[in-house]
Design a binder for this molecule. Structure first.
Ligand SMILES: [Zn+2]
Ligand SMILES: [Zn+2]
Ligand SMILES: [Zn+2]
Length: 330
């Protein structure tokens, strides 16, 4: 079964994809993403790879879920239309984004841009979500450096909420919410971790995640397609700096979820009010202590940060200093 089911309490779609449970257990030493696997070219630098067991497909089955006649208007189902792609960052089986050369990292960004443009050209696609899950704490068992892209046929709730609130803020103030947040963070300074000419990284004022970071475009840009060549290079730069900093924070492979928030596509015009950013969400609150999203967070959506964003920002600036010093010594 692969279908979307409507949750009328949340007014949101849920992907119900039971066939993914059939994913085979691969032999431990086989990696489909390594050259020589037969699944990828013998040589590549970065690569788009169609997910072998996609949750969303361009040719989805029609849902045939049994329901009573009374379910009409209460429950709804829709085909699981869309696309799931894997983005291979490198042919090397192990490695990190910050370990890539700057040129190689720019190729990753260029591939994201290309896929974003291509997937959003399908009018049935309402959101293109680019992300990377990193670390076993967020369910990753495949060490080969990769991210993913989901092209959804609906606007996911978190993005919808952000877009709606940013639009309201714009209508009330005549300015972009995200541009205003950037301005305030630059003025205050204490939560800023790193910036280059085109992007800034800071712990949000209201962060629920101990080490969560917002990477925001300095100029008002909607999505990847708006970036200049220099902005693409600097987007790669800030992602490398932040992920390198994370691994220097506790001298461990720090897990994270890189969630890229481009503006919604093929829907309401949000050009003035929505603003490109990346949310780096982190499941740890110390080297070996996980910050669970438990009852309050998951059951009531009432977030609780067990630490001070200002103190953690200072700690991350120190880790950034160690990361940069280590690079210079190489
Ligand atoms: Zn591999
Ligand atoms: Zn803006
Ligand atoms: Zn966001």
């Amino acid at each position: 079964m692969a279908e979307l089911r409507w949750n009328p309490m949340a007014k949101d779609w849920v992907m119900v994809i039971s066939n993914r449970a059939k994913r085979p257990n691969m032999p431990k030493d086989y990696c489909p993403f390594c050259p020589g696997s037969g699944k990828v070219p013998e040589q590549y630098t970065v690569l788009k790879y169609d997910n072998d067991f996609p949750a969303l497909s361009m040719t989805p089955a029609q849902p045939d879920t049994p329901m009573t006649a009374g379910a009409k208007g209460l429950y709804d189902v829709a085909p699981a239309y869309g696309k799931c792609e894997v983005i291979l960052f490198s042919p090397e089986h192990e490695g990190t984004l910050y370990g890539l050369s700057a040129e190689h990292m720019t190729k990753v960004v260029d591939l994201w841009c290309e896929r974003f443009a291509e997937l959003s050209s399908d009018p049935e696609v309402k959101y293109v979500f680019i992300f990377e899950n990193r670390g076993e704490e967020v369910g990753v068992t495949q060490p080969h450096p990769h991210g993913q892209i989901y092209a959804y046929p609906f606007l996911p709730k978190k993005i919808a909420l952000e877009a709606e609130n940013a639009k309201e803020y714009y209508e009330q103030n005549g300015r972009c919410l995200f541009c205003d947040m950037n301005r305030e963070e630059i003025a205050f300074g204490e939560r800023v971790i790193y910036e280059n000419e085109d992007f800034i990284a800071y712990i949000p004022f209201f962060s629920e995640y101990a080490y969560g970071i917002m990477i925001s475009a300095k100029r008002h840009k909607n999505n990847l397609s708006d970036f200049t060549v220099r902005e693409r290079v600097n987007l790669g730069d800030i992602i490398q700096k932040i992920t390198g900093m994370y691994d220097n924070l506790f001298d461990t492979r720090f897990p994270y979820m890189l969630c890229m928030h481009n503006a919604p596509v093929n829907g309401e015009d949000v050009r003035d009010s929505y603003h490109f950013h990346i949310e780096m969400l982190t499941p740890m609150r110390a080297a070996t202590v996980q910050q669970f999203r438990a009852s309050s967070e998951s059951g009531a959506w009432a977030g609780c940060n067990p630490s001070s964003p200002e103190q953690n920002a200072a700690q991350m600036r120190e880790a950034m200093g160690r990361f940069m010093a280590g690079k210079e010594n190489k």
